[in-house]
Write a protein that binds this ligand. Structure first.
Ligand SMILES: NC(=O)c1ccc[n+]([C@@H]2O[C@H](COP(=O)([O-])OP(=O)(O)OC[C@H]3O[C@@H](n4cnc5c(N)ncnc54)[C@H](O)[C@@H]3O)[C@@H](O)[C@H]2O)c1
Length: 401
């Protein structure tokens, strides 16, 4: 069996590395630099070791490509391309459309098409299937299914094998084939009654996180106003053995999923005339956190940040990864600069970002910790500036939420 995985990023490469144990995998990506590196056995994704890629390459089980012809004879095509928002914050399916064009144009027999990209309910049935059919020269009877990805990059305890995976086909045959495919490298497959249920479940999972993070971020502001510790209060609430799940405050949400997926859900809700006020407000609260933090830092420093050197510690969107997509650090830096601060950042995991490089962890007037990687010593952070504001709750002795 030969499998094409369209998109070799966090999701696509991770799946490729697991699937190559059982199938011949063609990793199709339109980024020629990434493809060239992958074929050398160089991984750009945390959690996928270059040595693993090298093994599959030398065993003839994995090959990356930018050439559509290389997927013409596959049996299964998995879509794992980005699903961002447009500039006016609407679902942007242009990458999925391009992946459908590749599948439709180049695949020369009936295959199983599985979508792993996150999108709104109805995407598989009403967008992917007709788009592929539109680009196909012959009227192949492809099978279509969805299996939303749950990978958490950089995480050690949960992986493709032990994370339960939802799936649903457009037809019963597609469901059976999808189960056969994933059961090779996933131990817990959960079939749902329609692709729309699987698509909506994925969006709701991340909306649940976004709303709870917004709630705890609002609660951090309330706790500060009352004059109590938000962390002690959360720990106290967390002693309840049922009906409570602890989330911790932060500078906001980042990454490709949590700031984006709820907006897909809100968009489809509003299209159907159902209000999504809660989801929209949660997004706003999280976006507003950066401004709140900068206000707190300014208040503690005589109300004025003009000309002060401020070191933002950690610009990745979460600890121990180099991913800066939608990172809250960007808004924190923007608000600090608006107030006249001279801002640099320290993050050796990220290294280079937006034409700037990671600055040394020392010598600033003010440090604002947005993300704390395990490799960064809390004591070093404390001594990097005269005043340290920590948004993570991990730097003891610093000011914080
Ligand atoms: N990163 C995560 O943790 C995560 C988790 C669950 C679900 N998802 C979802 O999975 C999807 C992919 O996300 P990702 O994080 O892997 O994205 P990514 O940006 O890491 O990777 C996407 C890859 O697709 C390639 N690409 C773009 N257009 C293409 C095309 N037309 N043909 C071939 N390749 C193309 C890009 O060059 C890139 O290498 C998104 O819908 C995302 O929401 C991501």
């Amino acid at each position: 069996m030969k499998v094409a995985i369209i998109g070799q990023g966090y999701v696509g490469l991770t799946i490729s590395a697991f699937a190559a144990e059982f199938f011949d995998v063609v990793g199709f990506d339109n980024n020629s630099t990434v493809v060239a590196q992958l074929n050398q056995g160089v991984s750009h994704i945390e959690g996928v070791e270059g040595s693993v890629l090298k093994n599959w390459i030398s065993a003839g089980r994995y090959k990356a490509t930018t050439m559509g012809q290389d997927i013409s004879d596959v049996d299964i095509a998995v879509i794992a391309v980005p699903t961002p928002l447009t500039t006016d914050r609407k679902p942007d399916l242009t990458f999925i459309e391009a992946a459908c064009k590749t599948i439709g144009t180049y695949i020369q027999k009936p295959v199983l098409v599985i979508n792993e990209s996150t999108s709104y309910p109805g995407t598989l049935r009403d967008f992917i299937k007709p788009t592929i059919e539109n680009f196909s020269q012959s009227s192949f009877e492809h099978r279509y299914a969805i299996s939303p990805e749950r990978v958490d990059p950089g995480r050690g305890d949960f992986n493709q094998r032990n994370t339960p995976r939802l799936y649903a086909g457009l037809t019963p045959e597609a469901s059976v084939k999808t189960k056969e495919f994933y059961s090779k490298f996933c131990d817990n497959l959960v079939e749902v009654s329609s692709p729309e249920v699987a698509e909506a479940a994925k969006l709701f999972e991340n909306t649940f996180r976004q709303v709870n993070i917004a709630l705890v971020n609002e609660f951090a502001q309330i706790s500060h106003a009352i004059g109590i510790s938000v962390y002690e209060t959360l720990d106290a609430a967390n002693t309840k053995p049922y009906g409570f799940m602890k989330f911790t405050p932060s500078a906001g949400v980042g990454g490709h999923c949590i700031p984006v997926d709820p907006t897909y859900l809100a968009a489809v809700a509003e299209e159907h005339g159902a209000p999504a006020t809660f989801i929209r407000r949660a997004n706003e609260v999280n976006l507003e956190m950066s401004e709140y933090i900068v206000r707190r830092v300014a208040e503690d420093n005589g109300g004025n940040l003009e000309g002060k050197s401020v070191l933002v510690v950690g610009v990745a969107y979460k600890p121990n990864v180099a991913d800066v997509r939608e990172t809250a650090a960007e808004l924190v830096i923007e608000h600090l600069r608006k107030k006249g601060a001279v801002v640099t950042w320290h993050d050796d995991v990220v290294g280079n970002w937006k034409g700037e490089t990671s600055a040394p962890l020392q010598g600033a007037d003010i440090a604002v910790v947005v993300t704390k990687h395990d490799s960064v010593d809390a004591k070093k952070i404390l001594s990097s500036a005269h005043y340290v504001f920590d948004t993570t709750g991990k730097v003891k002795g610093a000011k914080g939420l």
